[in-house]
Design a protein around this ligand. Structure first.
Ligand code: 6PG
Length: 253
């Protein structure tokens, strides 16, 4: 049975700082055990604060960067030079600032191939790096996720077929409302992780967050509810604005 904790912080900056401290602790635990720390990064705007903080003088010296292997929870199907690219966000805010070796970064390929081929290649990379065979699910040490205003996470959007994918590790999905192709880790991979941290901030997330955490189980409508099936620890790092409609009592910081 997994453990889900919800922390409510004053502001997005506090969410980023508390999440950075969790990241330091988890990565140090892995490194002290002589293990690689395999993390999947999230995209969008929320994690920019976190990535910048981790690369800052406040935290950079505490993280065993050489032990960390970076993956992506999802990607917009755009060139890695596009401002929409989740890879570009991480590369600008983390990889270049910390001189992360490219051998330790596993981008989702998005150029010169179809979305389907991208998902196949990324899936093959996961199997190769994690050493898993067909039918086995790679277990990330940590997956960072965000949540959209309507409750999507990674690129698992409401009423899409990928929500029901049980075999694939990564899949291509066309998001009607964005008129955009996305590549995403599938629910089975998200739910196999040792730790999942979701960072959710802003009042625009309040309605969906209440439904995701407290509403009737309906993951087709609120895909982030799929994390109720997580095998590992799930930590919600949210700010007061996003928590405004929550009825339960959570850990205020
Ligand atoms: C993406 C993300 C996506 C994101 C949410 C929240 O590629 O956009 O992976 O799942 O986490 O859409 O985005 P914001 O942080 O911008 O609100």
């Amino acid at each position: 049975m997994s453990v889900t904790k919800v922390y409510v912080d004053e502001s997005p900056a506090a969410v980023a700082a508390d999440t950075a401290e969790m990241f330091v602790r988890l990565s140090q635990q892995a490194a002290s055990a002589g293990a690689s720390f395999r993390v999947a990064l999230s995209g969008g705007s929320t994690p920019r604060l976190l990535y910048g903080l981790l690369a800052s003088e406040t935290f950079r010296g505490d993280v065993p960067w050489g032990a960390i292997e970076f993956f992506f929870g999802d990607e917009r199907f755009v060139p890695h030079t596009s401002k929409e690219s989740n890879y570009k966000l991480a590369n600008d805010e983390l990889f270049t600032r910390l001189n992360i070796k490219s051998d330790n970064v596993f981008p989702i390929p998005t150029e010169g191939i179809s979305p389907e081929e991208s998902a196949d290649r990324y899936q093959a990379t996961l199997r190769q790096v994690f050493g898993t065979r067909d039918g086995e699910v790679p277990r990330f040490d940590l997956i960072f996720l965000g949540m959209g205003d309507e409750g999507h996470t990674a690129s698992l959007f409401p009423h899409t077929t990928v929500l029901h994918e049980k075999e694939r590790l990564a899949d291509a999905t066309y998001v009607e409302k964005l008129a955009a192709d996305r590549i995403t880790l599938t629910p089975v991979v998200l739910n196999a992780a040792a730790e999942v941290i979701l960072m959710v901030t802003g009042e625009s997330k309040a309605q969906a967050l209440e439904q995701v955490l407290e509403g009737e189980y309906n993951p087709d409508e609120y895909p982030s509810q799929l994390l109720r099936n997580a095998q590992g620890a799930v930590t919600w790092q949210v700010d007061r604005a996003a928590a405004a409609q929550l009825k339960g009592h959570y850990i205020e910081r």
